[in-house]
Design a protein around this ligand. Sequence first.
Ligand code: ADP
Ligand code: TRP
Length: 321
Amino acid sequence: MRTLTGITPSGAVHIGNYFGAMRPAIEAQAAGDCFYFIADYHSMTSVTDPGERRANTRGIAVDWLACGLDPMASVFWRQSDVPEVCELTWLIGSLTPMGLLERAHSYKDKTAKGLTPNFGLFAYPVLMAADILLYDTNAVPVGQDQRQHLEMTRDIAIKFNQTYGATFVVPDAVIRGDTGNVPGLDGQKMSKSYGNTLEIFGDEKALRKKVMSIVMDSRTPAEPKPDADRNLCIQLMKLLAPPAVAADYEARLRAGGLGYGDLKKALFEHFWTFFAPARARRDELLADPGYVDRVLAEGAARARALASIVIQRARRACGLE
Ligand code: ADP
Ligand code: TRP
């Protein structure tokens, strides 16, 4: 049972990335056969500064390792170190209907916001399908926002298999109900592109300020709040604090008597404590830059060994060799 996922290096990782994709990926390591990568080709549509791409790519590598990705248990690499994925994008893209890509939320949302689409944005789901199919992947842990991309990947794999004979494994998305859609500080989905993120490794003072600035309603502290379970701070607390502690805050908010300021302070403290071990590990990793380079180089060699088998299978299936 092979697990694979990727994260685009388009900015600092946040707790939505962590709970939606990074932690499930880290937990899957216990079962073995894990493939995780930094999707730097995917960042081409949003980042156009080479230095920024390099820094983000390296940054995500360090952050993921700090959070518990274990390069002894997983293959961990940079997507562009295995360029076969671009060839596979062409093979499968040649069977992908325009209509399927036109229905992609990611494409529709960006064009609706006035962005002039380019080929990369339109073809993004095909590259993502290639990422997954190139490694005979069974399970893909992602957040809820990627569900449609996984459905497209399945459609593309099935179409290829029907056209050229059994070639690809048809993968399944692994999306957790409790952590697949982490709300951002403004209540919308947390996302780098909405500016509503709680970055895992940001500056303490700035993050505290962000949490203390979360907008709550105007009810007084004394008022009971029967809708306490829908409170944003409570929802985030359920991810970051021990369950009994989160339940206690929820009960106190519901009963009345707990002010929003105190709730936000507590939320920040739990967030800060939750990531304390990762922060310490990250400081160690930053002190040894050669280590991260070695991990990614070794991961690239292992990933490429598998990719070359699958791309050859795909080339043969469609008569390219
Ligand atoms: P962003 O939307 O911030 O740009 P990415 O697209 O790089 O994040 O997402 C990387 C991974 O993190 C994907 O698996 C995605 O589904 C997951 N993810 C992103 N935001 C959230 C969220 N708010 N809740 C749960 N998972 C998320
Ligand atoms: N598109 C994903 C995102 O923005 C990142 C990604 C690229 C990915 N390739 C993937 C995730 C393959 C899972 C599997 O979040």
